[in-house]
Design a protein around this ligand. Structure first.
Ligand code: NDP
Length: 290
């Protein structure tokens, strides 16, 4: 197993993911733009808060930032150690993963696009799914560290493949979210008890991750807790529609859902959770899903 590990970006996901690493590595370095968060992490989890350039000297460098552009910004500021592996857990852009891999190869560094799913609760419980693109040998070397934070770790192809899987996954989740908003406003309009309806649907063929988790835990109870920002979902659906266009495919459901999520984001309050996208449907129909 590679010896030193660093984690760059201690946001909603990164803060919780990096917390598991000290159980598996002797030396875990953390860096965050707002450095007070790195210091707090060090106090809480026995990691070491370091300068960015020092973090880049680790054998394994994890990053988890909002966008691939943010990762590029960081890559332009550091020089890594030859033989190390950069594992980017951002939900990023496949084409940029290929460019990042080429850029780091010039420093003798491997790059894996390794986005995750499972939300903040999965980061907290070390039960994330990692979908990984890049070379098989880098994947094999980095796998034990990913296992410290995840449950299902899959090598899905060459550079960019991990980001592609993540974008398509989140697009499918967005489709389910829009379908649930339309379905549940319709049921309410017909006077149906939504909680009983949800129980039936979750025991039937129309169920999805949205009906099993977002609807009961975020929407019906009107809590909309901010753990995965609507801005990030809008970014992910944007990546997915670009993949569709690059492949010159006809994907009307994806195209429509992309427009709906962009519109929901544009009309949302600042710092809205992804589940708050249903509020757009509620404002159209004057029906609250509760
Ligand atoms: P957050 O917004 O909670 O955290 C973002 C982190 O990136 C913060 O540490 C922030 O630093 C840092 N950051 C932002 N911009 C820059 C920059 N230009 N340079 C350096 N650091 C920067 O995001 P999440 O943790 O929710 O998401 C991170 C990634 O994981 C995203 O790509 C998201 O799509 C994906 N994801 C999120 C999930 C979730 O449930 N939240 C689930 C699965 C994937 P600072 O503290 O200084 O602001």
């Amino acid at each position: 197993m590679k010896k030193t590990v660093a984690f760059i970006g201690l946001g909603a996901m990164g803060y919780r993911m990096a917390a598991h690493l000290p159980q598996h590595f002797d030396h875990v370095m953390v860096w965050n733009r707002n450095f007070a968060k790195a210091e707090q992490h060090a106090n809480q989890y026995a990691t070491t808060a370091v300068e960015l350039q020092q973090a880049a000297q680790a054998d394994l460098i994890f990053s988890c930032l909002p966008t691939s552009a943010d990762v590029n910004d960081i890559l332009s500021q550091v020089q890594c150690k030859a033989g190390s592996i950069w594992i980017d857990c951002t939900s990023g852009v496949p084409e940029l993963a290929r460019q990042q891999a080429k850029f780091l190869a010039q420093q003798g560094v491997d790059f894996l696009d390794a986005p995750v799913s499972g939300q903040t609760i999965g980061a907290e419980n070390a039960s994330l799914t990692f979908m990984v693109g890049g070379s098989e040998s880098a994947f094999q070397q980095a796998q034990p560290a990913m296992q410290a934070m995840g449950k299902l770790i899959r090598h899905v192809g060459e550079s960019g493949a991990g980001f592609a899987v993540k974008a398509v996954n989140n697009m499918m989740m967005a489709v389910h979210l829009c379908a649930a908003a339309e379905g549940f406003t319709t049921l309410k309009a017909h006077g149906v008890n939504l909680q009983q309806a949800l129980d039936c649907i979750n025991a039937s063929s129309g169920k999805s991750g949205v009906t099993e988790s977002a609807l009961p835990d975020r929407i019906l109870n009107r809590s909309f807790p901010l753990t995965f920002a609507l801005s990030l979902l809008a970014k992910d659906t944007g990546i997915a529609i670009d993949l569709v266009r690059e492949a010159k495919l006809a994907s009307p459901v994806i195209a429509l859902t992309q427009s709906l999520i962009q519109a929901a984001y544009a009309s949302s309050e600042e710092n809205s959770d992804f589940s708050a996208a249903v509020k757009m449907y509620e404002s159209w129909s004057k029906i609250t899903i509760e």
